[in-house]
Design a protein around this ligand. Structure first.
Ligand SMILES: [Fe+2]
Ligand SMILES: [Fe+2]
Length: 239
């Protein structure tokens, strides 16, 4: 059980993958201060961060009521920070391992994976861009409209709602593609005493997949429900 009274150092010793969650919030995983103090100082929602960290051990938490109480804007903040972390740090690191494997190890499947990863990255970039250009702005305007009742917001919401509702409905499809990738990766596991670059790549991919799955579950189950409920509350759903 992860607690906000524990330090990032203790939490990440329990599960190294949580380092990646902390990094996108600029939290040093080696810090011995307790998480609550760090979050207070940096204006981070501590409970949300603890619940997200818990998802690394139990992804089903994202599907139940655990996240219901969080504000849409806090969830969007997590999703935006994650996109940026994945694109600017995680994917380049994984790509580097694959390039090293190609340069230094003569696996017959190297080229296949490089080609595969290129396509996979292209899909992710398009997916993220679409959310950043349509879904996230819509959510922010929706929240603003709920507070201000602005006519300008209302016009924007009415103009964009069908597109966003479709995007939310079709989101699950992307998660399935990720599962297909996972199956493919399992088949290519190799055995050796010293970790080869390719094994490092596999390892990084498996942690990244887990992270992406949590991210997608938050979008599918938590954000979608909250957005649909708020639209209903504001009489926007069937207009
Ligand atoms: Fe996303
Ligand atoms: Fe997504």
């Amino acid at each position: 059980m992860i607690s906000k009274l524990l330090s990032p150092k203790t939490i990440t010793e329990y599960d190294r993958a949580i380092t990646h969650l902390f990094l996108r919030y600029d939290i040093d995983s080696e810090s011995n201060n307790n998480l609550e103090d760090i979050c207070k100082k940096n204006n981070i929602n501590t409970n949300l961060l603890v619940d997200l960290a818990e998802c690394y051990n139990n992804i089903n938490l994202a599907k139940n009521k655990t996240f219901e109480s969080y504000q849409i804007l806090d969830l969007i903040d997590y999703l935006e920070k994650s996109h940026s972390y994945y694109l600017n740090k995680r994917i380049p690191e994984i790509e580097q391992s694959l390039d090293k494997s190609f340069l230094h190890e003569k696996h017959s499947f190297n080229l296949l994976f490089i080609k595969f990863f290129k396509e996979y990255k292209k899909d992710i970039v398009i997916h993220f861009k679409n959310e950043e250009q349509n879904l996230f702005p819509f959510c922010k305007v929706l929240v603003n409209y709920s507070k201000t009742n602005s006519q300008e917001n209302l016009i924007y919401l009415l103009e964009n709602k069908n597109n966003v509702l479709n995007q939310l409905k079709n989101h699950q499809k992307n998660s399935e593609e990720i599962n297909n990738l996972q199956r493919l990766l399992i088949n290519y596991k190799v055995d050796s005493k010293k970790l080869s670059f390719f094994e490092v790549f596999l390892n990084q991919m498996s942690i990244f997949q887990k992270d992406l799955n949590i991210h997608a579950e938050i979008e599918d189950h938590v954000l979608t429900n909250k957005v649909l409920n708020l639209m209903e509350e504001l009489d926007l759903k069937d207009v």
